[in-house]
Design a protein. Structure first.
Length: 257
């Protein structure tokens, strides 16, 4: 059975809300790449890192100007799940740092469903005005408007086998889905504070498509380091949302990882 771990990193050229993270990525790029490569070697599987190339350029041509470069990149990472021909696939965002000796492919039986993190946001509908279109609350309302009720997904770490990817059918009628998302942004049925959260988010589409899955939430396999720089002892994969890579590097050195 063929297995692979892959990642993707493309410099976003047009300034967006998180554009300042570009320098943090570039300063730590080699280390992040090395950590993921080392983990793949430990698991005895192939590692492939994708960057800006002709395939990405061709893929991006299908989207209109209303879809941001950031969103196109996130659609592309999903597309690569289908492009790769391996039996079992693990995707890691570039800001995900493996800090475990456990083999993901041995710890998770991917024949039982896609592995991904989700969290119930049905009771977190507060302070809408302080959220951006990238926040979990925005994804919650966007998916809810499209018929999905409660979970918010994060696709920074995704494990899958080919059968489940086929069942997910992520890109089935994708442009019809994008048109629906465009119409929602202009639909005054929704209050303005909710409507301004709508966008063309890959995880909103994932929430509407996924039926059965294995949740990585609170397992240590998708630790979301966001507001505070702290790493619990049971952590296997650190998703460094706040981009405090220096903290993670020092933590790894202290713990001989």
């Amino acid at each position: 059975m063929s297995k692979i771990i892959y990642s993707l990193y493309i410099d976003i050229q047009k300034p967006v809300s998180h554009f300042e993270n570009k320098d943090k990525f570039n300063q730590n790029y080699s280390w992040l790449l090395e950590r993921q490569q080392q983990y793949a070697n430990h698991c005895g599987v192939e590692y492939k890192h994708f960057t800006y190339d002709d395939d990405y350029i061709e893929f991006s041509k299908q989207f209109g100007p209303e879809v941001s470069e950031y969103n196109i990149i996130n659609f592309y990472k999903m597309f690569l799940l289908y492009k790769l021909e391996h039996d079992e696939i693990l995707y890691l965002d570039m800001d995900v740092i493996p800090v475990t000796k456990l083999n993901f492919f041995e710890e998770w039986d991917l024949s039982k469903g896609i592995t991904v993190m989700s969290e119930d946001w049905a009771f977190k509908d507060i302070n809408r005005s302080s959220h951006s279109i990238r926040s979990p609350l925005a994804k919650y309302w966007n998916a809810r408007a499209m018929g999905h009720i409660k979970e918010v997904f994060n696709t920074g770490i995704v494990g899958a086998c080919k059968n489940d990817l086929s069942a997910l059918d992520y890109f089935g009628e994708i442009h019809t889905v994008l048109q629906e998302m465009k119409e929602l942004k202009e639909d005054d049925f929704w209050p303005e504070d909710i409507r301004k959260l709508f966008g063309y988010d890959n995880e909103t589409i994932f929430a509407c498509k996924i039926k059965e899955y294995q949740n990585l939430y609170q397992t240590g396999w998708h630790y979301f380091m966001d507001k505070f720089s702290y790493i619990p002892s049971n952590t296997k994969f650190i998703h460094c949302i706040n981009k405090d890579f220096e903290y993670v590097r020092n933590w790894c050195e202290t713990n001989n990882l």
